[in-house]
Write a protein that binds this ligand. Structure first.
Ligand code: ATP
Length: 148
């Protein structure tokens, strides 16, 4: 068998939050026919700054406008695409974003659904460890008041 090729990908995404009487709510998107809840994100375009890409991707996937209040660092993971015989190393830059308008009804057709969840529920729903780590960072910033 041919050895797999290696490629890098860099994406950007966000934890969009709002506060209401129930506490802190965040947005997750449902992908893979509804089997996976994850944070909205997408590939950074050539020459595009990661924060600009994050706001654009959040808007495209969820229909919502987010105003960045803080960086949440990066996560990385590997995945393999059999058809391309390629191993991808992906890095995703995440930002904490305050909800600034729009409706989830305008979510992208590429995701099944975009929904608000209480942050503690979102932490239990996400499938990937990286998403959980990013949500934990967001929760800490929001609860300690480090972010507005
Ligand atoms: P993007 O949203 O950046 O345009 P994509 O939808 O093309 O990317 P990914 O979401 O990176 O692709 O998914 C590619 C593979 O990686 C899938 O098999 C997916 O299950 C897996 N994957 C996605 N996010 C994570 C993660 N945070 N940790 C581990 N594996 C992940």
């Amino acid at each position: 068998m041919r050895p797999a090729r290696l490629k890098r990908q860099v994406s950007a995404g966000g934890v969009v939050f709002r506060r209401d009487a129930d506490g802190i709510k965040v947005i997750l998107v449902s992908v893979k026919d509804g089997s996976v809840w994850t944070l909205p994100k997408g590939l950074i375009e050539k020459g595009e700054p990661p924060d600009v890409a994050a706001v654009r991707e959040v808007q495209e996937e969820t229909g919502l406008e987010g105003r960045i209040v803080d960086g949440l660092g990066t996560i990385s993971y590997w995945y393999f695409l059999k058809d391309e015989n390629t191993k991808y190393h992906k890095t995703v830059h995440f930002y904490l974003m305050e909800y600034a308008g729009g409706t989830t009804e305008d979510h992208d057709w590429e995701v099944n659904e975009a929904s608000w969840f209480r942050i503690d529920d979102a932490l239990k729903m996400v499938k990937y460890k990286g998403d959980r780590e990013v949500l934990e960072r967001a929760r800490e910033r929001l609860l300690t008041g480090d972010a507005k």
